[in-house]
Design a protein around this ligand. Structure first.
Ligand SMILES: Nc1ccccc1C(=O)C[C@H](N)C(=O)O
Ligand SMILES: [Zn+2]
Ligand SMILES: [Zn+2]
Length: 215
């Protein structure tokens, strides 16, 4: 069974949102003559690397990530390549590509994921595209970009469309190596009880034959 690991490696130096917390590992206990273990302390933003936003991130009354329904993060999905476009991803770029789509849509905007650099001008998702996906039954949208909205956005229109349509969000996915098509998505957020987002280990695998047409 082929697995595609679509998760960024979380390591010191991983690019983070401008001004956000840099990822840090500190060794608190070190394995040696007087100590049987290595134990570290992590310091990181909840939006580090490949992660799931909680509704709390963009809605003061929204659920924290530890309380969200897990169903959107596990099951059939469709990976769609939109690298041919420029600027915010528009609904027209999905024309003819949502027929019988599963309820999870992953959009690839990078030909080569920028593992070691911060790209300010990443491709955001137009809120009309969120509405189009919701109308097609999508319960989750996943992107390789670090946000659904542009870096300088203050009104977060794409996140607000997600909020209104009660969808789940994955950001920072690494989709370069995966051919377009339908897969099983497994990307469960850490159960951080009060947090606004959480890292995920996101993978794709071939759909079992029986569910090729299912949702
Ligand atoms: N760390 C931040 C600090 C301020 C504003 C945005 C961010 C983000 O990380 C964007 C986030 N990933 C998002 O869900 O859009
Ligand atoms: Zn985020
Ligand atoms: Zn977001």
């Amino acid at each position: 069974m082929t697995l595609w690991d679509i998760t960024q490696a979380v390591r010191p130096g991983i690019p983070v949102w401008p001004g956000d917390t840099a990822y840090q590992e500190e060794r608190v206990w070190t394995l040696g003559p007087g100590c049987p273990v290595n134990v570290s302390r992590l310091t990181l933003s909840t939006h580090t690397g490949t992660h799931a936003d909680a509704p709390l991130h963009y809605d003061a009354a929204g659920l924290p990530i530890g309380a969200v329904d897990l169903v959107p993060y596990l099951g059939p999905c469709r990976l769609i390549d939109v690298t041919a476009g420029q600027g915010p991803v528009e609904p027209e770029e999905l024309s003819g590509r949502l027929d019988d789509a599963p309820p999870r849509i992953l959009l690839r905007t990078y030909r080569h994921f920028p593992h070691d650099s911060w790209i300010t001008a990443f491709r955001a998702i137009d809120c009309a595209t969120i509405e189009r996906l919701a109308a097609a039954g999508a319960r989750l949208i996943g992107v390789d970009a670090p946000s659904l909205d542009p870096e300088e956005s203050k009104d977060l229109r794409a996140h607000d469309a997600v909020r209104r349509n009660v969808m789940a969000i994955l950001e920072g996915l690494v989709l370069d190596a995966v051919p377009e098509g339908d897969y099983e998505l497994i990307a469960l957020p850490l159960k951080l009880a009060q947090a606004d987002a959480a890292p995920v280990r996101a993978i794709l695998r071939a759909l079992p034959m029986a569910t090729r047409a299912g949702a």
